[in-house]
Design a protein around this ligand. Structure first.
Ligand SMILES: Cc1cc2nc3c(=O)[nH]c(=O)nc-3n(C[C@H](O)[C@H](O)[C@H](O)COP(=O)(O)OP(=O)(O)OC[C@H]3O[C@@H](n4cnc5c(N)ncnc54)[C@H](O)[C@@H]3O)c2cc1C
Length: 427
C-alpha cells in the first residue's frame, strides 16, 4: 500500500537500532514488552539503576505510536489541573500535575544527556481555540496555571495571527515548556542509550504468552523466552491479548498525519513563524508543526481503520488550506497513521494487578513526554521493590472501558455527531 502509507520519519530519523530477534531462553531482572517510549524509558532507567532489562518488541523499535506521532512535546495531562486534583486528591493529583508539567523538560534533558540527534525545538506548545467555548477553556487553563505559579500565557486573536500566520483562531494558550522533535529519532536515540546502559533489546520478537513459573514470569516468543521476576507490559494502542482484559482499558483510536516537502521560503515565513507546536482544543483534534527542514506536518482524525489510499488523508490538506489559503495546490507526499490509546477517564493507567506486574498504557495522545516520565517512574518503582513514592496512581486492577468492544463505531459516531453540530453552526 505505498500510496496509503508513506511515513516521513523513516527517511529523516537515523540511525536504525540493531535489535536482533530473541533466540533461546534468557534471564533478566525485568522483562519488558513493547519497544516504544514507555518500554525504552523503563529499560534505560532500570539499566541505569543497575538492573538487567530485556525488552521484546513485536516489530521494529519505535514502530508503534512512539515512532509515528506528531512530535509534539506537550506539558500537562488531558484534563485541567483542578480536575486532576478533584479526581486524585490534592496530594497525588498535585504531584501528577507537577510531573506532567516538568515532563517536557525531562525529555529535552534526556536528549542533551544522551546526545540524541532528533531536532529538538523548545519553542513552546500552543493550545488553540476556534470558538467561544474553546476561549473560555483557555482562560480557565491560564487561571489554573497561574494559581500554580505556571507559565502559560493567553494569546489573543492578533497574537495568534502573529504566531501562526493564520486568521483562524480566536485565542491560544502558549506553554513555553513544550516544543517538538522528530519522534522516531528520539525513540531510536532512547533505545541506543538504553543499550549503552546495558539493556538488551529484541525487535521482531512478539511476546506470544506470559505465564507464572515458580517465582518468575516466563514471556514466550516464537524462538525463545525471557524469565524475570518483574514484568512490564507497555503496548499502548497496539495492545493485544497478551494480558487478559488489558486491551479493554483503551480505545485504540486512529489518527492521521500528512506532511509536505520543505516549504518554499515565502510560505515558510508565513506558516507558523513562531515555530511552536500547536493543537486545537476542538473535536477534530487538529495538530501541526513545522519540522527542522520547514515541512508542515498536520494531523487529525481520519477513518477508523488502516488507510486504503491517499484519499483517506485529503481532509488534512483541506484543514491546512482553511488555516493558510496560500497552501492551496501544495503537494503532500508523506502520509501515515497510528492508533492513539484513549482511556475512559482521560488519565494514563498504570496497573499492578499482581506482585511484579506493571501494565502501563493510555496517554490519550500526549505520550511523548508522559510515556518518557512514566517509564522512568516504573523503573523507580521496580528498583525500590515497590516502596518508592511515584507521581502516578497505581491501580490494583484493570478497569475496562464501558462498551469498549464498540470503540470503532463509537469513534465514528462521535465524529459524525460533531460534523453535524458544526454544519448546524455554519462552520
Ligand atoms: C499518529 C499519532 C500522533 C500522535 N501525536 C502525538 C504528539 O504529537 N504528542 C504526544 O505527546 N503524543 C502523540 N501521540 C501519542 C504518543 O505517540 C504515544 O502516547 C506514545 O508514543 C506511547 O508510547 P508507548 O511506548 O506507550 O506505546 P507505543 O509507542 O505504541 O509502543 C507500543 C509497542 O508495543 C509493541 N507491541 C504490541 N504488542 C506486542 C507484543 N505482544 N509483543 C511485543 N511488542 C508488542 C508495538 O509494536 C509497539 O511498538 C500520537 C500518537 C499517534 C498514533
Amino acid at each position: 500500500m505505498p500510496d496509503a502509507f508513506r511515513p516521513l520519519y523513516t527517511t529523516t530519523a537515523k540511525p536504525q537500532v540493531n535489535a536482533p530477534p530473541l533466540a533461546g531462553e534468557t534471564r533478566a531482572d525485568v522483562a519488558i514488552v513493547g519497544g516504544g517510549l514507555t518500554g525504552l524509558s523503563s529499560a534505560l532507567h532500570l539499566a541505569e539503576a543497575g538492573l538487567s532489562a530485556t525488552l521484546l518488541e513485536a516489530r521494529a523499535i519505535g514502530n508503534g505510536c512512539s515512532g509515528r506521532n506528531g512530535g509534539q512535546v506537550n506539558p500537562g495531562l488531558k484534563l485541567l489541573p483542578d480536575a486532576v486534583e478533584a479526581r486524585w486528591g490534592k496530594d497525588l493529583g498535585g504531584r501528577m500535575v507537577a510531573l506532567a508539567h516538568r515532563a517536557p523538560g525531562v525529555v529535552f534533558d534526556l536528549i542533551d544527556k544522551h546526545g540524541i540527534d532528533c531536532a529538538p525545538a523548545r519553542t513552546g506548545t500552543i493550545r488553540a481555540a476556534v470558538d467561544a467555548a474553546g476561549v473560555a477553556e483557555l482562560r480557565e487553563l491560564v487561571r489554573q496555571s497561574a494559581a500554580r505559579g505556571g507559565a502559560v500565557r493567553l494569546l489573543d486573536g492578533a497574537q495568534m495571527r502573529a504566531a501562526t500566520g493564520s486568521d483562524f483562531y480566536r485565542a491560544g494558550a502558549l506553554d513555553p515548556r513544550g516544543g517538538h522533535l522528530n519522534p522516531l529519532a528520539y525513540t531510536r536515540g532512547l533505545a541506543l542509550a538504553a543499550q549503552r546502559a546495558g539493556a538488551r533489546l529484541h525487535g521482531e520478537s512478539p511476546a506470544l504468552a506470559v505465564a507464572r513459573e515458580g517465582g518468575l514470569w516466563r514471556v514466550r516468543t516464537a524462538q525463545g523466552a525471557v524469565l524475570a521476576p518483574e514484568l512490564v507490559i507497555a503496548t499502548n494502542g497496539y495492545t493485544g491479548d497478551l494480558w487478559p482484559g488489558l486491551k479493554r482499558v483503551i480505545a485504540p483510536v486512529y489518527t492521521y498525519i500528512a506532511a509536505t516537502d520543505p516549504l518554499p521560503e515565502a510560505l515558510r515565513r508565513a506558516v507558523m513563524p513562531a515555530g511552536s507546536a500547536l493543537y486545537e482544543a476542538d473535536w477534530e483534534g487538529v495538530y501541526y508543526r513545522l519540522d527542522e527542514a520547514g515541512r508542515l506536518l498536520i494531523g487529525g482524525r481520519g477513518p477508523q481503520r488502516d488507510a486504503r489510499s491517499a484519499a483517506d488523508y485529503r481532509h488534512l490538506a483541506r484543514h491546512a488550506e482553511a488555516r493558510w489559503p496560500a497552501l492551496k495546490g501544495l503537494d503532500w507526499p508523506f502520509r501515515w497513521h497510528g492508533q492513539v490509546a484513549v482511556t475512559a477517564d482521560h488519565f494514563p493507567h498504570l496497573i499492578a494487578p499482581e506482585p511484579g506486574v506493571h501494565l502501563m498504557l493510555g496517554y490519550n495522545g500526549r505520550g511523548v513526554a508522559m510515556a518518557t516520565v512514566a517509564g522512568a517512574a516504573i523503573a523507580t518503582r521496580i528498583a525500590s521493590g515497590g516502596h518508592a513514592r511515584i507521581d502516578l496512581p497505581v491501580r490494583p486492577r484493570i478497569t475496562p472501558m464501558p462498551l469498549q468492544r464498540f470503540w470503532r463505531a463509537g469513534a465514528e459516531i462521535a465524529t459524525a455527531a460533531f460534523l453535524l453540530r458544526d454544519r448546524l453552526r455554519g462552520r
